[in-house]
Design a binder for this molecule. Sequence first.
Ligand SMILES: *Cc1c(COP(=O)(O)O)cnc(C)c1O
Length: 501
Amino acid sequence: MNDLRPPAANGTGGSHEDGAHGTYGEDLRAAGAKAAAIAAGHLAGVAGRPVWQPVPAAERAWLSDQELPEAGRPLDELLEDARTHVLPHPMGNGHPRFFGWVNSPPNPAGVLVEPLAAALNPSCAGGDHAGPHLERAVVRWLAELVGFPHPPGGGLLTSGASMATVICLAAARQRAALADGWDAREEGLSGRPPMVMYVTEEGHSCLHKAAQLLGLGARQVRTVPVDAAYRMDVGALRAMVAEDLDAGRRPFCVAGSAGTVNSGAVDPLDEIADVAAEHGLWFHVDGAYGALGILAEGASSAAPHYAGLDRADSLALDPHKWLGVPVGCGCALLRDPSAARDAFSLVPSYLIDDNAGELGWFAEYGPEQTRPFRALKTWATMSHLGRSGIVSLVNHTAGLARRLAVMVEEASDFELLAPVTTSITAFRHRPHDGDGDGDGLDALNRAIPGAVQARGNAFLTGTRLGGRDALRACFLHPDTTERDLVVLLEEIRLAAKSLRT
Ligand SMILES: *Cc1c(COP(=O)(O)O)cnc(C)c1O
């Protein structure tokens, strides 16, 4: 027989027989304490270092070109490598002056429990253990937080909103097919009237990816025009649905945004819900980033913009965005969870669980079988903040976006490009000695993010908004201050100057 004992030669453990050691003995305890100290030290030092720097060629080679070692290496050495070769090269999103895309710093409670989830290492496909039970709680918390209806089993955690969107649109597709008397899983889509979905050009790319993956065809995803505030033009939606019905197509879904990436715009959800109700469309809301904006209070309150969110059939909401749960954790919330189960449930004999209860396994509601314990870091983050802490975080960051908008409007060399609804400010730089308007201004603003990033004092990214090159700053970090906004605008001016000389 083979010797089943783990290798002891590399110092990772000893024999089973002495109980105190084995694979997870004293070495892990000592290294674990060290890992915790490294993580805490890293996080405490982030704000004092450059936001981001390019990875030097030698370091890039160390990271990407290394070979699998023949002999296993001790834990301590691995930690030392991580400390010296990994942690010094962050993406930047832990820093209070990181304003790029939609990427938050990790909540400390989320960081703290990640090793515990790994230590337990369950598959949260289903079953009677801590993971699935805790997932029920955090999914309910998320729904309750934003006022989305929550029937038992009304959602599941995912890798992110991209996967949540696949789940929601698959549910919508199967729901429409069943309503028409056929089964999309059984038959596929061929020979049926094209199923049409509606999004604006501000809708996230994951909506398009999901539609393409589900075999709907990119051509069947209609681009609904937006108004001056980058919100869906619902009159145009109505006209497009009518036109598709006249042409014998099958409108089945409209996807609104509750917080676009470009400008943080929230579509007129209540009016969209009316159109969806009239025509029997599935109403999906992409609130991956912005759904929590409903919580903002006082001067940053945007709650009226979210009216109708509770009328959606499905909502994608990413705990790894505004909440700061460590990546990756998304959530699909469903008004009627059986729609997702109808789209995904496939239980082979080796997975039948007679004790699964009414709701069955999480794996019946989406494409993932072995599912990580995402609920633990979500539970820890949300519990650590509490409801009031979550509201404070949203207020603080939404307030910063509004403050930056005021600064931009007061400065003669900046221009605001969209109203602020959530915690994103979209604007552009118009230097006094610049090219005025048109292509020169576009080219300058397109080059600014890279130049700002390279300086290391702030990080922002750009986009195209209303046919113009734009800068956008997204606020998610609890430690960002108004002083950081002054630095950001100054960094943009300096970067622009360096680009023009
Ligand atoms: C991040 C994001 C997505 C995609 O979600 P992932 O978590 O990256 O898969 C979709 N929509 C919006 C508005 C987002 O911010």
